[in-house]
Design a protein around this ligand. Structure first.
Ligand code: PA5
Length: 387
């Protein structure tokens, strides 16, 4: 459990950032940004009414994307939260260097006041830089891997900066933890989900996380990292994929229905949507929708969901349904913890260590060798020979 004093400091810092700036640039990659982005988009939506903006950077080496963000920031009052557990990841390090340049150009010696670093307590380049430059810092606990770290300052500071109630989020998580740890199998949904995944793994190779809410797309991105990095090792593991319906029914629906049959679906069903528009009849029924007079839009969505599940099951695609009461901070906290607990159980059932990610290093070694990074001289020679 995060110490109360740390939660208070995160809330106070977020308040200060919201009062003094127009936006926060969150610089991080993988587990150092996906949880925050998932929570912020799920709660605030894609066109938030909140005036305070959160911008994500450092998750790509695209120079074009980075330059566009930096141009956009030119006339904004912004702060930066640079997040890296190792403190040495190349993508966020490059983005942060560029952001810092812009801050220094705009604010000179006052630039450091606008930088908040979340990193290891003692080691890594970012920790050294933060100490040297005097940034305010938050700690990524040593024993928590990136994909499990959204409930530390890694996720909570950006989430609080987005105006979201992190106390409610944490309460949801603690309640989920109690249920996951204390409930017997019959009333333990996380255990059941882990078990179903492993049963289905006997005949299927892909799990698709499906939702009908565009604002949940990044929950799927976070979930893909969670399950992909936790289980994809020793040549084992379901491939975690995701689709957002209805749009993907009109692109990937054909494959799911009649393709090679490699997958099952896990449907995330939000029972009570935040908004529920009512359709009304028109004097002339030119678009032939008058039969839906007084129908709530979400009930059309729910029929689409039921129709899809029935069709896909008929097509040989098993479906699991996860029901979430509503998409508020409490229920989101519950859901994210549920997925993490289930992932640990599922990984152990599969016979892998769900808490390491040795495979992520392979591309980095090649990249450093190709970039002639000092210390990689031997690898550089070997990789050039291969090329
Ligand atoms: O789950 C993980 O450990 C990874 O996805 C990391 O979060 C990601 O590689 C970023 O690492 P770091 O926070 O050290 O920059």
């Amino acid at each position: 459990k995060l110490p109360e004093s740390e939660v208070k400091r995160i809330i106070a810092t977020a308040q200060r950032i919201r009062e003094n700036y127009d936006c926060l640039v969150v610089v991080g990659i993988g587990g150092s940004y996906l949880g925050a982005r998932a929570a912020i988009e799920a709660i605030n939506g894609l066109y938030s009414k909140d005036n305070f903006e959160i911008i994500f950077l450092g998750n790509t080496l695209s120079s074009t994307y980075t330059k566009q963000v930096l141009d956009y920031l030119e006339n904004k009052k912004f702060a930066v939260n640079v997040i890296s557990k190792s403190g040495t990841t190349t993508e966020p390090a490059i983005a942060f260097r560029l952001c810092k340049e812009l801050l220094i150009k705009k604010y000179h010696e006052k630039a450091a006041e606008r930088i908040f670093a979340t990193t290891d307590a003692k080691k890594g380049a970012l920790r050294n830089l933060a100490t040297q430059e005097g940034y305010e810092t938050f700690v990524v606990p040593d024993d928590i891997g990136g994909r499990y770290s959204w409930f530390t300052a890694v996720g909570l500071l950006p989430i609080a900066c987005a105006g979201i109630d992190i106390d409610a989020l944490m309460k949801g998580s603690y309640d989920a933890m109690n249920d996951c740890v204390n409930n017997g199998y019959d009333s333990n949904d996380a255990m059941k989900y882990a078990n179903m995944r492993n049963l289905l793994y006997k005949t299927k190779q892909i799990e698709i996380l499906v939702n009908f809410e565009p604002r949940l797309a990044y929950i799927s991105e976070w979930w893909k990292q969670l399950y992909g990095e936790s289980e994809g090792k020793d040549h084992k593991g379901l491939f975690p994929a995701s689709l957002v319906y209805s749009t993907d029914l009109h692109s990937m629906g054909q494959y799911v229905q009649e393709g090679k049959g490699l997958m099952f679906e896990t449907v995330l069903n939000v029972l009570n949507p935040e908004e529920n528009l009512i359709l009304r009849k028109e004097a002339e029924d030119l678009d032939q929708l008058n039969y839906l007079d007084q129908t709530k839009m979400d009930s059309v969505a729910k029929k689409a969901m039921q129709g899809t599940i029935l069709a896909h099951v008929d097509g040989g695609v098993p479906n699991l349904v996860l029901e979430v009461e509503e998409m508020d901070a409490y229920h989101l906290g519950y859901l994210l913890y549920f997925f993490m607990f289930a992932c640990g159980v599922s990984g152990y059932m599969l016979g892998v260590n769900p808490f390491n990610q040795p495979g992520v290093e392979a591309y980095k070694k090649n990249m450093f060798a190709l970039l002639d990074k000092p210390g990689y001289e031997e690898e550089s020679k070997a990789i050039r020979a291969k090329l």
